[in-house]
Design a protein around this ligand. Structure first.
Ligand code: AHR
Length: 508
């Protein structure tokens, strides 16, 4: 049988720029949920833990991912979080009921510890405040504790807790998914708009240098989307810098072709939120753009039934095994597609957080009971993008073949984004061939870059779409392709069916 073939023809010009990539697009997220913190980043007594109880092997993996910012401490967790419980002497910190995930919280890790962990991981903290069950005063007190140098009640409390220097946390989320009926202290858009406006106003009085994220809709599926964004941003426009977007994907139907088309949904979500931000800007006769913080994105569906069982039938455990999706090869393709989609919008998506980072819907896993750490399939596309995706996103002129899907009509065979790093004079083309039956021939005109050579063509491919990794065996890992060449100002090669590709070119 003759194999079907597709084609991708592209002209790239180094001067046709979309925008510089803000490195915070490679952010991630750690919530006090399941084994993300306890048994994840923190495990005192483990042979690989440091003097603070942080797993050094996990820190090494986070460093490998090059994550510049980590959202903390939630998520749904933050909406009933009493931050004062989690600072100061550890033996005085109370055990609390954690209502969002029906667990218990020992408070042995809080901002004192997490700010140090972030430094060890070469990262920074993006902090969320509780606008569910608490409000303006609590957000102000926490900000004073974290960022004010000294001489006031909460800054001096931080110093008394051993941290003389302020944490200087730059980015703050005004609550989490406040439109969600599941959210503790959930709000209508009018209620949230007012509360977020007043909280933002007060927080910027304390520290005008911070950047604030207003809560957008919990997903594009929410019945109040996008009116929520329009109504709340009209309130918060003068004070905030970003609006949040959250989205999770999953192959629930088993139709992989349609699953891999879902990155087009993310694209539509982003475009609609940009349009809504611009509508508010126009209505306000405003000068500044509200940019996007896509601060929760990933695949999440494998663990849903197990999570329901734990929260309904076995509540109030300390760090239970919640949201422990084990990702397949096709999920890695999906994460690659989503990462490319975020990069394509680098002009407006300035922050994005892969949700989450360790054990909970995560690229990094630790085996329970003091076991080893290991890389999930999705580790690789994220790591490649974070390593080679820094520079300027270019706007290609391109033609690509298409295929039919059950739920998304015709979609492109390939989703791609070129990133040019001017400093290193390196051009990287990220591309996912999302067909299951077509190899795609590529031809890219790169004459405007001068004399370039191929550095490497990294591929993630596997005959089994359901292949997974574990601590025992890494079935899904990158290899190098030999099909690619650069000649006479053209890059030519093949993107195999169902593959993640990183084609790197440098100066000859
Ligand atoms: O990341 C898991 C959960 O997903 C977060 O707590 C919440 O914000 C979202 O619904």
């Amino acid at each position: 049988m003759e194999t079907k073939r597709g084609s991708l023809k592209m002209v790239l010009d180094r001067d046709y720029r979309v925008a510089d990539v803000d490195e915070r697009i490679f952010g991630s997220f750690i919530e006090h949920l399941g084994r993300a913190v306890y048994d994840g980043i923190y495990q005192p007594g483990h042979p690989l833990s440091d003097e603070m109880g942080f797993r050094k092997d996990v820190i090494d993996l986070v460093r490998e991912l090059k994550v510049p910012i980590v959202r903390y401490p939630g998520g749904n967790f933050v909406s009933n979080f009493f931050w004062e419980d989690s600072v100061g002497p550890k033996d005085k910190r109370p055990e609390r009921l954690e209502l969002a995930w029906k667990s218990t919280e020992s408070n042995q890790v809080g901002i004192n510890e997490f700010s140090k962990w972030a430094k060890k991981a070469d990262s920074s903290v993006m902090m969320a405040v509780n606008l569910g069950t608490r409000g303006i005063a609590d957000a102000c007190n926490l900000l004073e504790y974290c960022n004010h140098p000294s001489g006031t009640k909460y800054s001096d409390l931080r110093i008394a807790h051993g941290d003389k220097d302020p944490y200087n946390i730059k980015v703050w989320c005004l609550g989490n998914e406040m439109d969600g009926p599941w959210q503790l202290g959930g709000k209508t858009m009018e209620e949230y708009g007012r509360l977020a406006e007043e909280t933002a106003k007060a927080m910027k009085l304390i520290d005008p240098s911070i950047e604030l994220v207003s809560c957008g809709s919990s997903s594009i599926e929410m019945p109040t989307f996008p009116q929520w964004e329009a109504t709340t941003l009209e309130r918060t426009y003068d004070y905030v810098d970003y609006v949040s977007l959250h989205s999770y994907y999953g192959n629930r139907s088993g139709d992989t072709t349609d699953y891999l088309a879902c990155s087009d949904d993310m694209d539509r979500f982003i475009r609609t939120v940009i349009a809504t931000c611009d509508f508010v800007k126009a209505k306000k006769r405003g000068k500044k753009d509200i940019n996007l913080s896509f601060d929760e994105w990933n695949v999440w569906f494998h663990s849903n039934a197990a999570d329901d069982d734990i929260t309904k039938n076995h509540p109030w455990q300390h760090h239970p095994r919640l949201l422990e999706d084990v990702y397949t090869f096709e999920d890695a393709l999906m994460v690659g597609l989503l990462m490319i989609t975020l990069l394509k919008h680098a002009d407006r998506v300035k922050i994005a957080c892969l949700a989450q980072l360790v054990n909970v819907i995560a690229p990094i896993m630790t085996d329970p009971d003091g076991g080893a750490s290991w890389k999930q399939t999705i580790f690789y596309p994220f790591m490649h993008a974070s390593t080679f995706g820094r520079g300027v996103v270019l706007q290609p002129s391109a033609h690509v073949t298409e295929h039919a899907t059950s739920g998304h009509d015709e979609v492109t065979d390939v989703v791609y984004v070129p990133v040019y790093n001017e400093e290193n004079e390196e051009l990287t083309l990220f591309a996912v061939n999302r067909t299951l039956d077509k190899d795609v021939d590529i031809n890219v005109d790169i004459r405007s870059f001068g004399d370039m050579k191929l550095l490497e063509h990294i591929v993630l491919e596997n005959d089994d779409l359901n292949a997974v990794n574990s601590s025992a065996k890494e079935n899904v890992k990158p290899s190098l392709s030999n099909d690619t060449k650069v000649e006479d100002g053209a890059l030519t090669g093949v993107l195999h069916k169902a593959s993640w590709n990183v084609i790197r070119l440098g100066k000859r």
